[in-house]
Design a protein around this ligand. Structure first.
Ligand SMILES: [Zn+2]
Length: 258
């Protein structure tokens, strides 16, 4: 499995970094998770063909995760896409996504490819007929209905928390995973405010990764400044180094050999 992040910033955006969005390549399929920045150029920069993108996952309807959806769809249409695009989301996110596409009249464009909405609060999607690769999504704890994501290719398992306060569902999904990508919106001394807003501190993210027995942990949805301190705080709770993944390049995730 390979992952390419396009941004790891929360709503405010650190200088030079984008909002959280990433591509996953597994079983010769490409999945895009959330839609921010300039999706067409970001995908092209890592060699993804917009006309071939296999699945889009929209985790929730907050601005920083959804605003570039019209751009993605418009670019794919301009590029000549004809293949239907499966779009996985919960109901609230689908409604907002459809409104957003409607603002630009995109569904009515001549020759627009089909959107295959897969709309459930939780569920799973097989990427290959053999069943060796799967996306599974589940509700997490945020201000609006939001999903977390478990991604599996054979023995390799990656879990993305989505935007959430510390969540049992993430913990269960992340048990023994090879990489837990967890949101981190601030430090431990800000936990009361973070919880109220449906977010997680660095310490809580690190602790959850340790409790889950994740092989690796990475932080995303970071505030505009102070990343080093948050990484250190999470690492202390995790008991080993915590990563902030590089952007704009593929990172290969291997099964933990134990
Ligand atoms: Zn959010």
């Amino acid at each position: 499995m390979r992952i390419a992040f396009f941004g790891v910033s929360g709503a405010l955006g650190a200088p030079g970094d984008g909002n959280v969005s990433f591509a996953v390549e597994l079983d010769e399929r490409t999945v895009l998770v959330d839609c921010s920045g300039s999706p067409a150029s970001q995908l092209a920069a890592v060699g993804c063909d917009l006309t071939e993108l296999d699945v889009l996952v929209l985790t929730h309807a907050h601005t920083d995760h959804l605003y570039a959806l019209p751009s993605l769809i418009h670019s794919a249409w301009i590029a000549g896409r004809t293949k239907p695009l499966p779009i996985i989301s919960n109901h609230a996110t689908r409604e907002q996504a459809q409104r957003l596409l409607g603002v630009f009249g995109l569904p009515e464009k001549s020759g627009m490819f089909r959107f295959d909405w897969i709309t459930t609060e939780e569920g799973s999607y097989r990427l290959s007929e053999s069943g060796g690769s799967e996306l599974r999504w589940f509700p997490v704890l945020h201000g609006v209905p939001t999903i977390g994501l478990a991604i599996r290719e054979g023995a390799v398992r990656v879990v993305y928390s989505g935007d959430t306060a510390p969540s049992e569902a993430v913990l269960e999904a992340a048990r023994g995973c090879d990489l837990l990508i967890h949101e981190c919106s601030g430090a431990f001394d800000d936990e009361a405010r973070l919880r109220q807003q449906g977010h997680t501190s660095a310490e809580q993210a690190g602790r959850l990764a340790r409790e889950a027995g994740a092989a690796r942990a990475a932080l995303v949805h970071l505030p505009a400044t102070g990343w080093e301190a948050l990484r250190d705080e999470a690492a202390e709770a995790f008991g080993k180094p915590v990563e902030i993944l590089a952007r704009g390049c593929w990172i290969t995730i291997l099964a933990d050999s134990g």
